[in-house]
Design a protein around this ligand. Structure first.
Ligand SMILES: *Cc1c(COP(=O)(O)O)cnc(C)c1O
Length: 480
């Protein structure tokens, strides 16, 4: 039965009127019914499960039969033995979902990780010279080749890259002011708000222009003796429509050169190829930003690039050298697993003809709608059979999104399995939540999204059809 909840009550009633009669811990541990658990999971974990189960029963004033106690303990053992971090099916319709780990990696990246993970690697060792090297060497040449930058460095993520750039170029005594348009003072989710990051990096924010319109003149007038740099942030996760204006990047670049100031662009997603080639809306590339006059460009490894979590900085060699010398670089650096994966992904870009087929992020974004529809048609009867009375299943046209701040408006036509629980509209909110919880409790959790009175499973990101089908292969699971 694929859909049994198998969950254990976490809380117990507040009042415990009756006194429980429960066996001692040592006696329970000696039960033959726990022998398999002990052999598979070890004593410490089973002991934890026994104590937790007994405590819960005691708090509830229960005196359960041994069989019921054993069932409760076994369920707890299974829950405790489950790794916290697990694979899930991302059927939310958001391809680069930050909460679900963003970009899926290609096989080449997994092989590269495995190659260096098991033992020693030349992470900071120059094999030709036989002496200490720089860990950026694994990717710097590739990044420069793909973006036209003169130098590159990589840190943990783009938030870290921005911290490093601000602290290095604008964290000094005297020149601390960073000029940013009011239309770009963004929050990118979680605790990442541009003004906060500036403060943390020790810079002073100099806002210019207005929310909807900022002109070259606004930037020019703000430049003074304390100006350290000019920052442009790609407003990736929202869009100001209508009466809006922003200064041209090339003009900003020229203005900065005139004043001898670094011009930094935080691109966020930063696609390495022209997405229009895949029939998607164009997203600015690091190469374009550098060509327009940026001195440094920042972008993420795990967004449209399709690689591991990383924050990439490309641009002027003297500025990148300053970043590398900052002690923060040491604190924010990537490990060999990340660099191995990033190198493998960047190498795929060297073969543009096969790139989309080989790189999951681009493959999923470019996936033909007809292929997704056909997949939905194949899976709908299977799910309908497995869910029985729990929900009606049909195929429903939906829009996927790219996610992680890229193109909030541009959306991708897709197909979902629409799961609609029976019953009155009034009850449907709770019924939907319960259904979503059931799918999350499957051996490989299935994460959909609730919209328009249904649970939608957008199949754009489902490539493991047989693995998904196996979850629902059992008999109908209509039991509560
Ligand atoms: C996503 C994003 C960031 C943060 O990138 P992480 O790699 O998640 O740290 C910074 N700036 C912009 C414009 C972004 O879109």
């Amino acid at each position: 039965m694929a859909l049994t909840p198998g969950s254990v009550p976490d809380s117990v009633p507040e009042s415990a009127p009756k006194r429980s009669r429960l066996p001692a811990v040592d006696r329970v541990l000696a039960w033959p019914g726990l022998a398999d658990s002990l052999a598979a999971q070890g004593r410490a974990l089973v002991l934890q499960a026994v104590r937790a189960e007994l405590a819960a029963r005691r708090a509830g004033g229960e005196s359960p039969a041994d069989a019921a106690l054993l069932a409760g303990i076994t369920a707890r053992v299974a829950a405790l033995a489950q790794p916290h971090l697990r694979r899930v099916f991302n059927l939310t319709g958001t391809v680069l979902h930050t909460n679900l780990g963003r970009a899926p990696l290609p096989a080449q990246a997994l092989a590269a990780i495995a190659e260096v993970a098991l033992g020693a690697a030349n992470l900071e060792y120059d094999l030709v010279a036989g002496q200490r090297g720089d860990r950026d060497d694994a990717v710097e040449g590739l990044l420069c080749g793909l973006t036209g930058g003169a130098a590159a460095t990589v840190v943990n993520n783009t938030a870290a890259a921005l911290m490093l750039v601000l602290a290095t170029l604008a964290g000094r005594r005297g020149r601390r002011e960073v000029i940013v348009s009011r239309g770009e003072l963004i929050e990118i989710g979680g605790a990442f708000r541009l003004p906060d990051i500036m403060r943390a990096a020790g810079c002073t924010l100099r806002e210019v222009g207005t929310t909807n319109r900022t002109h070259l003149q606004d930037h020019a007038q703000a430049i003074g003796a304390r100006t350290a740099m000019l920052l442009k942030v790609h407003t990736s996760n929202f869009r100001i429509e209508g009466f809006s204006a922003a200064a041209d990047e090339a003009e900003l670049g020229a203005l900065c050169r005139q004043h001898g100031l670094p011009f930094v662009i935080d691109l966020g997603s930063g696609a390495l190829i022209d997405l229009a080639r895949l029939g998607l809306p164009h997203e600015p590339t690091p190469a374009e930003a550098l060509a327009a006059g940026a001195d440094l460009v920042l972008f993420s490894g795990d967004k449209l690039l399709g690689g591991p979590q990383a924050g990439i900085v490309v641009g002027r060699a003297d500025l990148v050298a300053q970043l590398k010398q900052n002690p923060f670089k040491r604190a924010l650096r990537c490990d060999k697993l990340t660099l191995a994966a990033l190198e493998a992904v960047l190498r795929l870009y060297g073969d543009p003809d096969r790139l989309v087929a080989q790189l999951p992020t681009l493959r999923l974004l470019a996936r033909p709608g007809a292929e997704i529809a056909a997949l939905a048609q194949r899976l709908a009867p299977l799910l309908a059979g497995a869910l029985g009375a729990l929900a009606q299943v049909d195929v429903w046209p939906v829009m996927s999104q790219i996610g992680s701040g890229a193109m909030p408006v541009g959306r991708l036509p897709s197909h979902a399995l629409r799961l609609t629980p029976p019953g009155a509209k009034r009850a449907s909110g709770r019924a939907l939540d319960a259904l979503a919880a059931r799918l999350r409790a499957l051996p490989v959790p299935v994460i959909g999204r609730i919209a328009d009175g249904a649970l939608l499973l957008d199949l754009r990101c489902l490539e493991d059809e047989s693995g998904f089908a196996a979850l629902f292969a059992g008999p109908a699971a209509a039991a509560p």
